[in-house]
Design a protein around this ligand. Structure first.
Ligand code: AHR
Length: 498
């Protein structure tokens, strides 16, 4: 039996809803086919946006959506994506499969999509191959409410009112695909570009600087030292690769327990990365004004056999559900510094919540985890831990924690949501949770929702869309603040304590 405690007197902070954010790039079939089918498509759509995908995403209450990249962002020239479709220039998407990008999905279409699903837009600007002027004009086009060349152009294109735009990224991976810069150089470039990302009227922009890749603490050190006061957020990118080898990452569905184990071990590294980068940020920003924004995370496998290698299309199994559950628990736990995260990517690319094929759509196990965790958004994080020895999951002489957990109290009531992952694919875990705290009201019962797999590679297909889906188990009694439960092998569990 594992003894867990939840301390309702100790809240390290509020879990920003933006931790439950997503990312959509002009990559493979994420935008084209996954979100945008065009107004004349036989696939049911509203203004060109798929109705089925928009409906499913609305249910997740996605708080924020990043666009248009990724590496694509630093090659994107936003003016190519406005105005009459037939006049929009075509370009080559050199990063992702060398396909023709016809720019039919641009600023207006993205803003419309955000409105439809209720997400806050997060736009990533072009530093690598774009000019300061171009970036300045984009923000003016979107947000300026007076008379100016850009607001007039917006009006000509059918949008009289400016949009609200809160989040703006100044470049993406500028240490790599965004210009191969050194941190010393990028820090100055960032300061220059960010100067011209203006606040118009009441629109206040939260500026996000390109942060480190994985464990590159030198990048963080330089950026924080040289540019901290000019930024509101610093990004971090970390992908989970089963083999740790970029040239043969492993399959999304054909894997053994060794790769199950290495995937979960590698994903747990997110905890260490956040701690390391936060330590540096704390040195320059002890007040934690600057947020750490994990705006690309998730699994990255070899592409599905027979698909375009540049499209990054992969399946999604119960292993991905565990990766999602573990990372979201980690982000919750560090909510004092991590105030946004965006899983890569929304539809048909990497660790997606939705896959589509023509008019068909399927929800992945990762979708269900976001659904099960969504009530953590804006919740009060509760100090949660294991008393005594924490159970471990061992394989081939290596051990990792068997249980990942986080809990929060609803902002609107004193209901507690506890989310737990059992990483062990063979053994269940018996747990006992003690709710501690002064003035504690009498909790009586807990509802229990479980997402488990029948095999380590269990997944949903267009023909069998419900192989992996959450099951609601009966109510669990809570007596004197204590409840007991059994976590199924390889499962994600959400307990709502009332
Ligand atoms: O998400 C796929 C790619 O991964 C993004 O375009 C890039 O930023 C990262 O390297």
């Amino acid at each position: 039996m594992t003894n867990l405690y939840i301390n309702t007197d100790n809240s390290p902070g509020t879990i920003s809803k933006n931790i439950y954010g997503h990312f959509s790039e002009h990559l493979g079939r994420c935008i084209y086919g996954g979100i945008w089918v065009g107004k004349d498509s036989p696939i049911p759509n509203t203004d060109g946006i798929r109705n089925d995908v928009a409906e499913a995403l609305k249910k997740l209450r996605i708080p924020v959506l990043r666009w248009p990249g990724g590496c694509f962002a630093d090659e994107y020239h936003w003016m190519d994506g406005i105005g009459p479709y037939e006049k929009r220039p075509k370009m080559i998407n050199t990063h992702w499969g060398g396909v023709v990008e016809d720019n039919s999905f641009g600023t207006h279409e993205f803003m419309r999509f955000c409105e439809m699903i209720g997400a806050e837009p997060y736009i990533n600007g072009n530093v690598g191959s774009g000019t300061v002027y171009e970036m300045q004009q984009w923000v003016e086009y979107i947000t300026f409410d007076g008379v100016s060349p850009m607001s007039e152009l917006r009006k000509q294109n059918g949008r009289a009112e400016p949009w609200k735009l809160k989040f703006f990224g100044v470049g993406n991976e500028n240490w790599g695909c965004g210009g191969n810069m050194r941190p010393e150089y990028y820090a100055d470039v960032y300061r220059r570009y960010a100067t011209y990302v203006r606040n118009y009227g009441s629109n206040k922009i939260f500026k996000i600087a390109c942060g480190p890749s994985e464990g590159d603490t030198h990048w963080t050190e330089v950026l924080m030292r040289e540019a901290c006061k000019f930024m509101d957020g610093l990004s971090l990118h970390y992908y989970t690769i089963p083999t740790g080898n970029w040239s043969d990452k492993g399959s999304s569905t054909e894997f053994d327990e060794a790769e199950w184990f290495s995937t979960l071990r590698n994903t747990l590294r997110m905890d260490e990365l956040i701690r390391k980068h936060s330590t540096i940020m704390d040195k320059y920003d002890p007040e934690k004004r600057v947020a750490l924004i994990v705006d690309e995370w998730g699994t990255w496998y070899n592409v599905e056999p027979g698909t375009n290698p540049g499209f990054l299309y992969q399946q999604n199994t119960v292993r991905d559900a565990l990766v999602a559950g573990i990372n979201l628990n980690i982000f919750n736990t560090y909510c004092d510094r991590v105030r946004m995260a965006n899983i890569a990517q929304l539809v048909n690319v990497l660790q997606s919540v939705i896959l589509t094929e023509g008019e068909k759509m399927v929800l992945t196990p990762t979708y269900h985890v976001f659904d099960m965790y969504k009530d953590h958004m804006e919740g009060k994080l509760l100090q949660t831990g294991i008393s005594g020895t924490a159970p471990e999951y061992g394989f081939n002489g290596e051990n990792i924690p068997a249980i990942s957990v986080s809990s929060s109290m609803s902002p609107d009531s004193d209901e507690i949501l506890v989310t737990l992952c059992n990483l062990d694919p063979e053994n269940s875990q018996d747990i006992r949770i003690e709710i501690r705290g002064s003035g504690l009201r009498q909790y009586k019962t807990a509802s229990c929702t479980v997402l488990a797999g029948s095999a380590i590679n269990a997944h949903n297909t267009f023909d069998a869309p419900d192989n992996v889906k959450p099951a609601t188990l009966g109510e669990i009694p809570v007596a004197n603040g204590i409840l007991e439960a059994k976590l199924a092998p390889m499962s994600v569990t959400a307990l709502k304590i009332k």
